[in-house]
Design a protein around this ligand. Structure first.
Ligand SMILES: *[C@@H]1O[C@H](CO)[C@@H](O)[C@H](O)[C@H]1NC(C)=O
Ligand SMILES: *[C@@H]1O[C@H](CO)[C@@H](O)[C@H](O)[C@H]1NC(C)=O
Length: 403
């Protein structure tokens, strides 16, 4: 009898160790994929997220950006009404809907060991729905092509009918994707994330009962459910509504929001000591995985300190022993919080625009610098590199001078 129990125990260990793990021990990025342009073939056919008035190309007086992409690798692009770049070339934009764009961006992910893509899915029942549906299909195709994993990350902001509609959306549209070999799996279950329950603001006015109804429904579909939760979920104060502890602890994994919470190195360490360490301690006792956010910092607000701000977060999260890391975000050029390739210097941004390039603090950084930082942070997370307090990533390696 004892022998059988031991054998069963060993089999269980083997089973767990060989089970696919696409979020635990992995680097996941938040992917918006929400930039469109007129004529790009997207259903929305507008300058979605580039301009404030989507009908017009972005310009100095009509844009929705806080940071400007490095456009050099896009061979298919769209014209803008911005002045030319500092180097005299036309200021262009990409469309997330375009296959060449996706091929470039998913190649960047592959080259920098980014494991998993969390595709943001806001309320798909309005006018944006068809474009979001098409993006889900494209993310599947390019994840498969470049050997990345992906999962659907619902954002319930301003989605008042979410309780019924999210189930309908999953059943009728998104659940088909779990049959893709690229769909992220954890503990033998396909992964889904729901971001936004419990936030103490008008955009997410949901009750704990509504949240639990949705979460339990997804768990009943045999999914591994991640919760994108308020920073102060554990104390149920500040950005968290009271009365949500049962909601928070019903998730398989918790990913508390960090954008806007930290702006400098003392902040980073303050959150490490007073928020993230006790968060992880509690979650460990509850058997819930922890996927904290790591953010590059708002470039336009000069938070990045040429990478020291982001590295300190990687270092702290590895010291805590977190289960996984969520980078927020991949392509958030609208909030200057993107890691995807970004203008290096004034020669690559429109003349007279308010955007700051990566060299804003006087240190020259290659446009892929935050991808390389993420790669190095990932190596430390995965024990492929030692725990290192001093940032190992070089902003401008010698080898880039010949590129
Ligand atoms: C983009 O790629 C998808 C998937 O491979 C394909 O079905 C579609 O035809 C391509 N679109 C264009 C415009 O080439
Ligand atoms: C980023 O910084 C700029 C400049 O300080 C500020 O205007 C903007 O609101 C910040 N973005 C976010 C999302 O906080």
């Amino acid at each position: 009898m004892k022998l059988i129990i031991v054998i069963l125990g060993i089999l269980k260990l083997v089973d767990l160790s060989t089970a696919q793990s696409d979020v635990v021990g992995k680097i996941t990025i938040g992917f918006q994929g929400w930039f469109a342009a007129r004529g790009d073939g997207s259903p929305i056919d507008a300058y979605w997220h580039w301009s404030r008035d989507w009908g017009q190309p972005p310009s100095l007086t009509n844009h929705a950006l806080e940071s400007y992409p490095d456009m050099r690798e896009y061979t298919e692009y769209f014209a803008t009404d911005f002045p030319p770049l500092g180097n005299g070339q036309p200021a262009r934009i990409f469309s997330s809907f375009n296959n060449q764009t996706l091929d470039v961006q998913f190649r960047w992910m592959r080259e920098h060991d980014i494991d998993t893509v969390a595709l943001q899915r806001f309320n798909p029942f309005g006018g944006e729905g068809p474009t979001r549906d098409a993006m889900a299909e494209k993310v599947k195709v390019f994840s498969e092509l470049h050997g990345r994993k992906f999962y659907i990350m619902y954002d319930v902001s301003d989605w008042l009918a979410v309780e019924e509609q999210i189930k309908e959306d999953w059943t009728q549209k998104m659940s088909q994707y779990i049959s893709s070999p690229a769909y992220a799996m954890q503990n033998g279950m396909p992964v889904v994330c729901i971001w936004g329950f419990g936030f103490n603001d008008g955009q997410r006015p949901f009750t704990p009962e509504q949240a639990l109804n949705v979460i339990n429904w997804f768990k009943d579909q045999n999914l591994y459910v991640i919760g994108g939760v308020p920073t102060h979920w554990r104390n149920e104060n500040e950005d968290s509504r009271p009365g949500f502890m049962e909601v928070y602890t019903s998730f398989h994994m918790i990913s508390p929001w960090m954008v806007g919470r930290i702006t400098n190195l003392p902040d980073v360490d303050h959150y490490y000591e007073n928020v993230q360490t006790p968060d992880h301690d509690l979650l460990r006792t509850l058997g819930i995985d922890y996927q904290p956010c790591v953010i590059p910092g708002n470039n336009t607000a000069r938070h990045r300190q040429h990478g020291d701000f982001m590295w300190r977060q990687f270092y702290n999260m590895k010291r805590i022993g977190v289960e996984g890391i969520y980078i927020s975000m991949w392509d958030e050029y609208n909030e200057a919080n993107q890691i995807a390739k970004t203008a290096e210097d004034d020669s690559q941004i429109p003349v007279g625009s308010p955007f700051l390039p990566l060299d804003e603090d006087g240190v020259r950084c290659t446009s892929d610098y935050y991808l390389r930082l993420t790669q190095d942070g990932g190596r430390m997370l995965k024990n492929e590199a030692p725990l290192t307090e001093v940032r190992p990533t070089i902003p401008w390696p010698e080898s880039y001078n010949t590129k």
